[in-house]
Design a protein around this ligand. Structure first.
Ligand code: PFF
Length: 423
């Protein structure tokens, strides 16, 4: 459940719909689903396994795993890149979580109630052009993250998330019902699931792959940390399949809520990062007790974001603690760096976009590629089979072959294709 908390976040509800919209829908969604199955699931099994073997923060976990496998210490680079990557993601993730807090506030005030769809959608533009307001919410969100992480009560929040996430799921279903009745469901559905490959650019394929990693929190040591808390006798493949399934379903439901509303209100599917905040308030504004539903919904989205933001900064804190720095000091230091990065992404959309692009589309897949190579080639069959012994040999062999060949080759081909090396 805690891993689901880290996986399910703004990536599912905010990012997936907007990048699907920007990249033409269907064919992009299909690529994303393929990447989840062929790259995400096997690499996630490998990453969780590395964590459970070592029971350490990502850097020390990779040092230990490479020592055991007789491989070079340089493999700890995976952990180091992960620590940096988590902080870089948090620099803009916290800004978006701040937008969600603003919409909690607006929902409570009923600001968007009884307005036309165009007026409601334009509300996001007002926020986007108000950096001071974004700064306020970004600071508040990061402060909340730092307090929870600094006090070391991340497990406490885990329990809270376990109870609240089912509620988020129920609310998503309510919104789905609203979209089916009041949106243009047919157009929305076709947009998401009708694959037109002529719209699929090399960059779109890279973004689909990057998002598969981002949404599963993969390739940066986060699931390694969660793996390190897993009991030895629990089944890694089963846990990973459950997380990947839930995570994907939630993203698809978010898409099925948003696009019917987009088409019914004459909005643009490719309107960018504001898409969620432009469309859902339209639904709430037309709903019975919409302001209450809106408030609860955006609170739950913010909590989902909080459980992910904790997992973005925790690997860095755990590593600093291990080097002898106090938890409080580590939290203040890393928190301050992320806060400054957030300020930069508020004032410059180029910083925001670059942080997003570099982390999701380059660093996470690179981390995943290295994990696949390490586990598939350096640890070797017997060691890995010993760790994952609870599935039938045939299934294990399929997984191992995917990890050894398909996942690394897949990532490399997509990298090469997007860089223009191959057509
Ligand atoms: N998976 C999270 C989401 O979809 O919102 C984002 C994320 C969290 C990415 C933690 C990476 C990570 F380590």
């Amino acid at each position: 459940m805690a891993t689901t908390g880290a996986a399910v976040g703004l990536g599912n509800i905010w990012k997936f719909p907007y990048i699907a919209g920007e990249n033409g829908g269907g064919a992009f969604v299909l690529m994303y689903l393929l990447c989840i199955v062929l790259l995400g699931i096997p690499i996630m099994i490998a990453e969780v396994m590395l964590g459970r073997r070592a029971r350490e923060n990502p850097i020390h976990a990779m040092l230990k795993n490479s020592r055991d496998a007789g491989a070079s210490k340089a493999w700890a680079f995976i952990g180091a890149m992960g620590v940096a990557c988590g902080m870089m993601i948090l620099m803009y993730y916290s800004v978006v979580a701040g937008w969600s807090l603003e919409y909690v506030w607006q929902s409570m005030q009923g600001s968007y109630m009884d307005k036309s769809a165009t007026e409601v959608a334009a509300g996001f533009g007002v926020l986007a052009s108000n950096p001071e307001r974004q700064l306020l919410w970004h600071s508040l969100f990061l402060l909340l993250t730092a307090i929870i992480v600094g006090l070391g009560v991340t497990r406490g929040i885990g329990t809270a998330v376990d109870n609240l996430m089912p509620l988020l799921f129920v609310l998503l279903l309510v919104l789905l019902g609203y979209s089916i009745r009041n949106g243009n469901f047919e157009l929305g559905f076709n947009f998401l699931f009708n694959a037109d490959f002529s719209k699929l650019t090399g960059d779109a394929i890279l973004i689909a792959m990057g998002h598969a990693f981002f949404t599963l929190s993969l390739g940066m040591g986060t699931v390694m940390v969660y793996g390190s808390y897993m009991p030895k006798n629990s089944s890694i493949p089963r846990a990973v399949l459950a997380v990947a399934f839930l995570d994907t379903i939630i993203a698809l439901i978010a898409g099925l809520i948003i696009f019917p509303l987009v088409f019914a209100s004459g909005l643009e599917p490719g309107s960018g990062p504001g898409l969620l905040f432009e469309t859902l308030p339209i639904a709430f504004s037309g709903m019975w007790n919409g302001s209450i539903f809106g408030t609860v919904f955006f609170i739950l989205v913010s909590i989902a974001a909080l459980s992910s933001s904790i997992s973005l900064i925790e690997p860095g804190i755990a590593w600093l603690e291990k080097t002898g720095i106090s938890r409080l000091f580590a939290t203040c230091g890393l928190g301050l760096i992320c806060w400054l990065g957030g300020v930069a992404s508020i004032y410059s959309s180029a910083v925001f976009d670059t942080l997003d692009y570099a982390t999701a589309n380059v660093m996470l897949p690179l981390g995943g590629l290295l994990i696949a190579i390490f586990v598939g080639w350096k640890m070797g069959y017997t060691r890995v089979r010993k760790e994952i012994s609870d599935i039938p040999a045939l299934l294990f062999n399929i997984m191992f072959i995917t990890l050894r060949f398909i996942a690394p080759i897949g990532v490399i081909i997509i990298f090469a294709h997007s860089l223009g090396f191959i057509a």
